[in-house]
Design a protein around this ligand. Structure first.
Ligand code: PLP
Length: 407
């Protein structure tokens, strides 16, 4: 707020000029990320500042529609009343409540792993893990398109780094051969890659890891809750739950959507993370209302497999109708449905036109996706009705025709 700051001369004037120059580079590069302001709760129908009426939302990670589920909201309110707004403490000083332990147990049970440790976000879980697990004698083998938080977490650790081509098992094997002399090796991949909605070839990865004596880690942010028959994730979907050793995931997407992340895996690893993991040791505990919401989301999923299955048919409805209309949708069968357009400007213009038709979608361009591979990333939620999906398809056809993408 300019009322409160005076950008005076000297060092601060120089900093201001450097920053303004950097901002201008982003603007002229066409990669400026604006933020639309939502004035309602998260869900398939939202209100957006500057747009009139009800807007159909197709860009949240609210895969199961639990973000505003009445039971999830109620559990958050109950936890707020009973346990307060927050802990004003990290976990090991005076920031652990019974609800934190309970949620950790439920998440370990959900993923069928020995133990769980909560973080303020999955970004933190990824920032904390690798440095604790791997030292200079070890090696990490990472898919080149892994999420930014994995890349940052790996940067913080002292293990030797090997990067394999995206989902390329031959290249992974080459890297495994090259890293043979390391003490411990960890293969690291997103379970589902968020820009394309493509699923890592976990069976092949586990086969290779076993052949070469490596551990396997997956980031399940875009899988937990709805991939696999019981929503346990891509490891369940691909039949390798007992062969993937460590899973990181988020509470901020399908599991209620509030915030928070976690690691599940072998007990000694989780015990060591509690002793050494920096984002855990030096950051506040998850707030009780957030814990309450996530706990109810996990309870709902533990009680019934129906919720996990609720997004599949909707996803296929959108994918099939869009393909029939002549659009190219990347990935397969995942609720992340990237509508491939190629040109960055086209993606952004089409997204703006979609909003004028009452459908909120976002264009993704470089550097978030490779140059020439701009797209509109549509995300389907179980809370969308068939009519919502059909309306979105109609809006795509209308704007697609206007811009010459489909005939
Ligand atoms: N990992 C992946 C693959 C993600 O997509 C995200 C979120 O965008 C994260 C980690 C970070 O999760 P969180 O929002 O809980 O920090």
């Amino acid at each position: 707020n300019s009322d409160f700051f005076f950008w005076g001369g000297g060092a601060i004037a120089e900093a201001r000029s450097v920053l303004e120059h950097e901002l201008e580079t982003i603007r002229t590069g066409g990669t400026w990320k604006g933020e639309r302001i939502i004035t309602s709760k998260q869900g398939p129908h939202i209100n957006v500042d500057g747009s009139r009426g009800d807007i159909l939302n197709f860009c949240a990670n609210n895969y199961l529609g639990l973000s505003s589920h009445p039971q999830v909201v109620e559990a958050g309110i109950e936890a707020l009343k009973k346990y307060g707004a927050g802990l004003s403490s990290v976990r090991f000083i005076c920031g652990t409540q019974d609800i934190h332990k309970d949620l950790e147990q439920k998440l370990a049970k959900f993923h069928e792993r020995e133990e769980c440790i909560l973080y303020a976000s999955c970004f933190d879980a990824n920032a904390g893990l690798f440095e604790v697990l791997l030292g200079p004698d070890d090696a990490v083998l990472s898919d080149e398109l892994n999420h930014a938080s994995i890349i940052d977490g790996i940067r913080l650790c002292r293990a030797k780094r090997f990067r394999y081509k995206h989902m390329d098992l031959n290249d992974l094997e080459t890297q495994l051969k090259q890293s043979q002399s390391s003490r411990m090796r960890l293969v690291v991949t997103d379970g589902v890659f968020s820009m394309d909605g493509d699923v890592a070839p976990l069976k092949g990865i586990c086969d290779l890891a076993e052949q070469y004596g490596a551990l396997v880690f997956i980031d399940e942010c875009h899988a937990t809750g709805f991939m696999g028959p019981r929503g346990r994730g891509t490891d369940e979907l691909l039949g390798v739950m007992d062969r993937v050793h460590i899973v990181n995931s988020t509470l901020g997407k399908a599991l209620g959507g509030a915030a928070g992340g976690y690691t599940v895996g072998p007990k000694p690893l989780i015990d060591l993370l509690r002793q050494r993991s920096r984002p855990y040791l030096f950051s506040n505990s998850l707030p009780p209302p957030v814990v309450g919401c996530a706990t109810r989301a996990v309870e709902l999923l533990l009680a019934s497999n129906e919720i996990a299955q609720s997004v599949g048919a909707k996803t296929m409805r959108f994918r099939n109708k869009m393909t029939e209309a002549g659009f190219t949708i990347s990935g397969s069968a995942h609720p992340i449905c990237p509508v491939m357009l190629g040109d960055a400007r086209l993606a952004s213009l089409m997204a703006d036109d979609m909003l004028k038709l009452g459908v909120y979608v976002i264009g993704f361009s470089y550097p978030v996706v490779p140059k020439g591979k701009a797209r509109i990333r549509v995300q389907i939620s179980a809370a969308h009705t068939d009519q919502d999906i059909d309306r979105a398809v109609d809006a795509f056809i209308q704007t697609g025709r206007k811009h010459g993408v489909v005939s």
